[in-house]
Design a binder for this molecule. Structure first.
Ligand code: CLR
Length: 264
């Protein structure tokens, strides 16, 4: 067994148990994933809807822009790690994920949690003014100026905008994010077969939902988004390498250990 900052979050096994005879039954699996999603999002859709008018003032934006590069990176790394923790909580409640060995759970989270954070970002996005709910209010790309990685921020916002435009229901998003996590092509998996089987069940659940919603054309669009996710995560890692070269001590002593484990 490997050591990981994810381990405290993984056991004990979540008390929900899906009856074995219902496993692989798409509606039951969807229901379970949707419940896991609902219980592990930072904000409910109604809350976000009610907060839509809350945008940062010019002064507040200026305060973020006046932070030093390393200060703003550290701030964002902490926020991002918070969001990842919710994704870990989501993952461990997904039937099929929690039955995997701990090493495989860790491997899937290492490579997939950022992707799920970015998919979840679209729930927090307002396409009317291109802002995302961050730190308690809606923020545009300019707020992140002092990170000095405008290309990453622009690409992430663009992704959120496009995904938001698909207008996924919470159920569709829940099952899609489970699918993003259960990827048998990730590096370092011990039991790929088992991940592949769990993935097939979730794929079936997603097709079932899209069929029921009469939105089968979404499937192809969602698979297209997965390619973009991969490139965004690669860009994030590249930016972190650049930042670490400039500010090795900030990363070493001030970044959350989980952030470093996942991306460092
Ligand atoms: C994603 C959805 C979560 C809430 C949340 C918190 C932090 C946000 C994140 C969302 C989206 C991506 C985000 C991040 C903070 C910094 C990060 C805006 C909205 C950008 C892409 C910068 C990444 C690089 C830093 C580590 C420097 O429920």
């Amino acid at each position: 067994e490997q050591s990981s900052h994810l381990i405290p979050a993984l056991p004990p096994a979540y008390p929900y148990s899906v009856e074995p005879e219902l496993q692989g039954c798409p509606p039951e699996l969807s229901a379970s994933i949707v419940r896991s999603h609902r219980e592990t999002t930072q904000y409910r859709p109604e809350e976000l809807q009610a907060l839509r008018w809350k945008v940062f003032s010019r002064e507040e934006i200026h305060a973020y822009q006046s932070k030093s590069v390393d200060e703003m990176w550290q701030h964002c790394a902490v926020r991002l790690t918070d969001a990842v923790q919710y994704v870990v909580e989501f993952a461990k409640r997904i039937p099929g994920f929690r039955q995997l060995g701990q090493n495989d759970q860790i491997a899937l989270l290492k490579s997939g949690s950022m992707e799920v954070v970015l998919v979840r970002m679209s729930r927090m996005f307002n396409t009317e003014n291109n802002t995302v709910f961050f730190d308690g209010k809606f923020a545009g790309t300019e707020l992140f100026k002092s990170l000095a990685c405008g290309d990453l921020i622009a690409a992430v916002f663009d992704f959120a905008h496009n995904l938001c435009a698909l207008r996924l229901t919470e159920q569709q998003m829940a099952v899609f994010t489970a699918l993003v996590l259960l990827n048998a092509d990730r590096p370092c998996l011990e039991d790929r077969e088992r991940v592949q089987r769990a993935r097939r069940d979730v794929e079936l659940a997603l097709s079932h939902i899209l069929h029921r919603d009469n939105q089968e054309s979404l499937l192809h669009k969602l698979y297209q988004r997965v390619q973009v996710l991969k490139s965004l995560c690669a860009l994030h890692i590249e930016k972190l390498r650049w930042f670490r070269q400039l500010y090795p001590l900030t990363v070493h002593s001030l970044f959350p250990p989980l952030y470093k484990e996942l991306f460092g």
